[in-house]
Design a protein around this ligand. Structure first.
Ligand SMILES: [Zn+2]
Length: 171
């Protein structure tokens, strides 16, 4: 018997950002990346934002870090990267599917602030001394560092973003 075909190993580390992102209990977002016609899971998180200035065709994807701001009280982010060719693929049953291509960063000034799989944004966090009670929060870096190594792997790759309410049946 010929050997069974096996799924190729994923070329990209999977990032589970659910415990770091806002609204992860209410919102389920999955991102897949395509390598050689195969889709691999890349990231899972809660809330995200996707904005364009409508001039450059560049869309900025970002997700807020839960319960944290930077030292100036700007909301911290756990992931930021840019997309080109973003396209609404489908809306179905409360799910929105968007695809696009990771913009290859031309320099470290471009945004590809995607953490490593073992990154802990709270590791060097401090408690805000002024905000108390319901407003209490941590103070962290504003965004993770530019990830040049992962940017080189991911630049130009097609990704598919699926987002919607997290139903009780979801694992
Ligand atoms: Zn504060």
């Amino acid at each position: 018997m010929p050997p069974k075909p096996t799924a190729p190993a994923s070329p990209v580390p999977f990032l589970d950002l659910r415990k770091f992102t806002r609204w992860a209990e209410e919102t389920a977002t999955y991102i897949e990346v395509t390598f050689d016609m195969n889709r691999f899971p890349w990231m899972e998180l809660g809330q995200f934002e996707l904005f364009t200035d409508n001039k450059t065709g560049v869309w900025r994807f970002s997700s807020y870090l839960s319960k944290a701001t930077d030292f100036e009280h700007d909301s911290s982010k756990i992931v930021v990267f840019e997309l080109v060719g973003a396209r609404l693929d489908m809306v179905h049953g409360g799910q929105v599917v968007i695809d696009g291509y990771i913009k290859t960063p031309e320099s470290s000034y471009d945004r590809f602030n995607v953490p490593a799989a073992d990154f802990d944004p709270y590791k060097n966090a401090t408690k805000c001394a002024t905000c108390k009670g319901e407003d209490k929060h941590l103070i962290t870096d504003y965004i993770p560092k530019h990830n040049a190594e992962l940017a080189a792997l991911m630049g130009g790759r097609r990704i598919t973003i699926r987002t919607g309410p997290r139903y009780k049946d979801d694992e």
